[in-house]
Ligand binder design. Structure first.
Ligand SMILES: Nc1ncnc2c1ncn2[C@@H]1O[C@H](COP(=O)(O)OP(=O)(O)OP(=O)(O)O)[C@@H](O)[C@H]1O
Length: 411
C-alpha cells in the first residue's frame, strides 16, 4: 500500500507527495507557476513535506485555503499510515459553486502525487443519471456483452495506484448520479471495494484518494448573492472589511451544509471523511487567477525564445472579461487565449515569420478594451526593426479569422 511504502521509503524514490514529475505544473521545466514569493523551495530529504505540498497547491488553486488544507490533511494521514486500511485513503467531498477550483484542486493533487494533472480517473456522474447508463458503473452482468471484459467507467490502474503512488478518483457532480449508482458508491466509500456485476472481479479503492464534487446549494447561494440584503452587506463590506466577508462566508457554509443534508442520506454523509467548502471567487482572486494564466503563457512562450511583459492593465482586463460571478473563473482560460494569446501569437509571427531568434513583446490594455502588443528591441536589436507591421494598437489582418479558429477549436 502507498502509505506503508511511504513509511519505509528513503526519499530517493520518484513519486512521493511533493516530488514533481518533470511534466507536472510547477516542475522546473513544466508549465506551472513559480514556487511563490519565498523563492524555490528545496525538496525535503526523506520525502514528504506537507508545507511544500500545501504551498504548491495554494499557488495553483487560489483563494481556497481551507479546501487545500483539508486535502493536505488527508495526504498527511495517508502518508503516515493513519488511515483505515479497509477503506479508501480518504473520501473528500468538495462543495461549492461552479468554476471556483474544485476540479482544479483534484487535478493539481494528481500533478503532485501522480504523473500529471490528468493522471486521475474522473467519473462524470451526470452521465450516470439514467438507469440504463448506470450499469456502466459496475460493468455488464453475466451473459451480457462486455461482462467478460469487465468494462466499467473505471480505469483500474489509475484507481488502484501502485505501492509508490496512490490512485486518484474524482466523482464529479455526485448528486446527479442515479440512486443505483449512489448505492454502489456507498459501498466504495465504506469498504473501498467495488464488486463488478459479472461477479468475478473487484476494483479496490483502498489505495485511492476519493474526491466527490457537488454544486448542491449553489443556486441558493447565487439567489442570496443577488438579494438586496447581500448587496447592502457588500457595500458595508467595502467599509468594514474582513468581518462582513467572514459573516458572508459562514452564511454560505450553512446554506451548503443544509443543502447536503437535504439531499444525501445520513449514511452517505457519514462515510465522507471531510467536506471542503469552496467559496465564491471575488474580483481580487479572479485577477490573481488571470495573473497565473498569464504566467503560464509567459513560461510557454519563453521556451520558444519569446519574452512577454504584461502590465497590470492586462491582468485587470482579462479578469474583467473572463470572470463571471455566476460561472466563476471557468471562462478565464478561454479569455486569456482569445484576448491575449491570439494577438501575441500574431505579433510573434509578424516579428519573426520563419526564424527562431529571440523576441521581446510588451502588452498593455488599451482604453478600448483591446490588447496592445508592442515589440521591444531584444539584446541583439532584431525584434523592433523587423516588425514594421506590429505598430502599437494595430490589428493583425487576420485577427478575426484567428479568433474564430481559436473559438472553434475551443468549442
Ligand atoms: N480557485 C481557483 N484558482 C485557480 N484557477 C481557478 C480557480 N477556480 C477556477 N479556476 C480556473 O477555472 C477553471 C474551471 O474551474 P474548475 O474546473 O475547478 O471548476 P469547478 O469548481 O470544478 O466547477 P464545476 O462544479 O462546474 O465542475 C479551472 O480550469 C481554472 O483554470
Amino acid at each position: 500500500m502507498y502509505h506503508d511504502q511511504n513509511r519505509r521509503r528513503n526519499g530517493d524514490e520518484p513519486a512521493a507527495p511533493g516530488d514533481v514529475h518533470p511534466d507536472a505544473p510547477g516542475a522546473p521545466d513544466g508549465t506551472g507557476a513559480s514556487d511563490g514569493p519565498g523563492g524555490p523551495e528545496q525538496p525535503t530529504p526523506g520525502g514528504f513535506d506537507p508545507e511544500r505540498l500545501s504551498g504548491r497547491l495554494r499557488s495553483r488553486v487560489l483563494g481556497q485555503e481551507p479546501a487545500v488544507a483539508a486535502v493536505v490533511r488527508a495526504v498527511v494521514l495517508a502518508t503516515a499510515g493513519a488511515t483505515d486500511p479497509q477503506r479508501p485513503l480518504a473520501n473528500l467531498l468538495l462543495v461549492g459553486p461552479t468554476g471556483v477550483g474544485k476540479t482544479e484542486l483534484v487535478r493539481q493533487v494528481a500533478a503532485e502525487l501522480r504523473s500529471g494533472p490528468d493522471d486521475l480517473c474522473r467519473v462524470d456522474m451526470n452521465s450516470l443519471a439514467q438507469e440504463h447508463y448506470a450499469a456502466s458503473f459496475t460493468g455488464a452482468p453475466p451473459g451480457y456483452a462486455g461482462s467478460k471484459e469487465a468494462f466499467t467507467v473505471f480505469d483500474r490502474t489509475t484507481v488502484e495506484g501502485d505501492p509508490y503512488r496512490p490512485g486518484i478518483v474524482l466523482f464529479d457532480e455526485v448528486e446527479k448520479a442515479h440512486p443505483t449508482v449512489l448505492r454502489a458508491l456507498l459501498h466504495v466509500l465504506d469498504n473501498g471495494t467495488l464488486r463488478l456485476a459479472n461477479g468475478q472481479q473487484t476494483i479496490s479503492f483502498r489505495n485511492s484518494f476519493v474526491f466527490l464534487t457537488s454544486n448542491l446549494g449553489s443556486a441558493e447561494l447565487a439567489r442570496r448573492r443577488d438579494a438586496r440584503w447581500r448587496r447592502a452587506a457588500d457595500r458595508l463590506g467595502a467599509r468594514s472589511g474582513a468581518l462582513t466577508a467572514r459573516l458572508a462566508a459562514k452564511g454560505n457554509k450553512d446554506v451548503l451544509t443544509a443543502a447536503l443534508r437535504g439531499f444525501f442520506d445520513t449514511e452517505f454523509l457519514n462515510r465522507i471523511d471531510e467536506t471542503a467548502v469552496f467559496t465564491e471567487l471575488d474580483t481580487a482572486t479572479a485577477e490573481r487567477i488571470a495573473a497565473l494564466e498569464i504566467e503560464l503563457l509567459r513560461q510557454r512562450l519563453s521556451r520558444r525564445s519569446v519574452r512577454l511583459d504584461a502590465d497590470a492593465s492586462v491582468t485587470a482586463l482579462l479578469a474583467e472579461r473572463g470572470f463571471d460571478p455566476v460561472y466563476g473563473a471557468r471562462g478565464l482560460r478561454r479569455t486569456v487565449r482569445t484576448v491575449l494569446a491570439a494577438p501575441v501569437a500574431d505579433a510573434v509571427l509578424r516579428v519573426r515569420p520563419s526564424g527562431g531568434e529571440p523576441v521581446h513583446l510588451r502588452v498593455r490594455a488599451g482604453a478600448d478594451g483591446e490588447m496592445r502588443v508592442t515589440p521591444q528591441d531584444t539584446p541583439d536589436g532584431t525584434a523592433g526593426r523587423e516588425a514594421p507591421d506590429a505598430t502599437e494598437g494595430r490589428e493583425a489582418p487576420d485577427r478575426e479569422g484567428a479568433r474564430d479558429r481559436a473559438e472553434a477549436t475551443d468549442a
